[in-house]
Design a protein around this ligand. Structure first.
Ligand code: ZN
Length: 155
């Protein structure tokens, strides 16, 4: 496994739409392992493949409840709403308040291509939305209600 470089805001790859994964092979598994290692090494709760320069529809998430790998994810249900503080590994040191659904249901494939359903509430729902947005070339700053001022950010 290897830690990959996380691209920062301003890099064009974050603005491109990622393509579907069609081959569930060793190369995908290495990428997934590297993405998880990179997420943990940077203390993130989610990482999309765009952020390591790969334009494929791949996401890893861990909000403290175990690793979730999403291949070709799609949000198929949204309920409620929440306004919470959000940040992004590609925009270090910055945070903003976004409005997201309180609950989302996601359909995705696992690393072997098997279709699975995931449900998330609260932080996990925010994460699903944030990471799946990345695959569309969307950053949380595009949907932010208000960015936090430096003195609002806890050390
Ligand atoms: Zn992000």
């Amino acid at each position: 496994m290897a830690i990959r470089n996380v691209v920062k805001e301003g890099d064009n790859v974050l603005r491109k739409k990622a393509r579907p994964v069609t081959e569930f092979n060793e190369r995908l598994h290495i990428l997934l392992d590297d993405m998880a290692e990179t997420m943990y090494a940077t203390n993130g709760v989610g990482l999309a493949a765009n952020q390591v320069g790969v334009l494929r529809r791949i996401v890893v998430i861990d909000v403290g409840e175990g690793l979730i790998e999403l291949i070709n994810p799609e949000i198929i249900e949204r309920k409620g709403s929440q306004q919470e503080v959000e940040g992004c590994l590609s925009c270090p040191g910055e945070y903003g308040i976004t409005k997201r659904p309180m609950y989302v249901k996601v359909k995705a494939q696992d690393r072997d291509g098997v279709e699975r359903i995931y449900e998330g509430e609260g932080l996990l729902a925010r994460c699903f939305c944030h990471e799946i947005d990345h695959l569309e070339g969307i950053l949380y700053k595009d949907v932010v209600i208000r960015m936090l001022a430096p003195d609002e950010i806890e050390a």
